[in-house]
Write a protein that binds this ligand. Structure first.
Ligand code: SF4
Length: 200
């Protein structure tokens, strides 16, 4: 029996197959929206991702190596994008006091001027989610965080700043606990990208 999710007999009779393909469609929508924004600003998709990431993360994460891990691409590809962003005047290079062989990427004044418009490229994806009831959103987040955790345990995706890979995270009989915040975390409190994350 062909168990591929693309085998329509299997897909139409198996909910997990349908969900797998649905996630692929959503990821495709994300890619299309990113491309549209890239065309509008004459940037590449990864250049937009770098600008958005640098704008919202601590400087210790804004290095070529970290960005390569974050987006699962080579350092050479990130370096090329950084060179292009520098030539467009959208970023600056700062000295990395922790590692003199690398540098910190920071937004320039011109980069800061366009960041609000770049940041909203995924807005159309969040609109339908905002239409869901809070109960449905909570249930969806519970399922997604569990799927992300399993894919991380299978080394398929990185989970750089999520609770499950943090040294402060503990699984407790009641659910989850953060040792830094010293409080129980409900499923909705589990963070995907936490500024206080410290890798286990
Ligand atoms: S510090 Fe942040 S990532 Fe770590 S367990 Fe607490 S909330 Fe989660």
């Amino acid at each position: 029996m062909n168990e591929s999710v693309y085998n329509l007999d299997n897909q139409n009779s198996n909910l997990s197959s349908k969900i797998t393909v649905a996630l692929e469609r959503i990821s495709e929508a994300y890619r299309v929206l990113l491309w549209e924004k890239a065309k509008e600003f004459k940037l590449s998709p990864i250049q937009i991702q770098i600008l958005v990431f640098v704008n919202s993360h601590k400087s210790k994460y804004c290095t070529v190596s970290y960005l390569a891990d974050e987006y699962n691409i080579t350092k050479a590809t990130i370096s090329d994008s950084v060179k292009s962003l520098l030539s467009k005047g959208l970023i600056e290079k700062l000295t990395n006091e922790n590692d003199t062989r690398s540098y910190i990427i920071s937004l320039s004044d011109s980069g800061k001027k366009i960041i609000t418009e770049l940041n909203n490229y995924s807005m159309e994806l969040s609109n339908p989610l905002n239409d869901l009831s809070i109960e449905k959103q909570e249930s969806l987040w519970g399922s997604l965080s569990e799927i992300i955790s399993k894919l991380y345990n299978s080394n398929i995706i990185s989970m750089q700043r999520m609770c499950f890979s943090c040294k402060y995270y503990k699984q407790v009989p009641e659910g989850h606990y953060c040792g830094l915040l010293e409080k129980e975390l409900k499923t909705i409190d589990i963070r995907l990208d936490c500024p206080e994350h410290d890798r286990k």
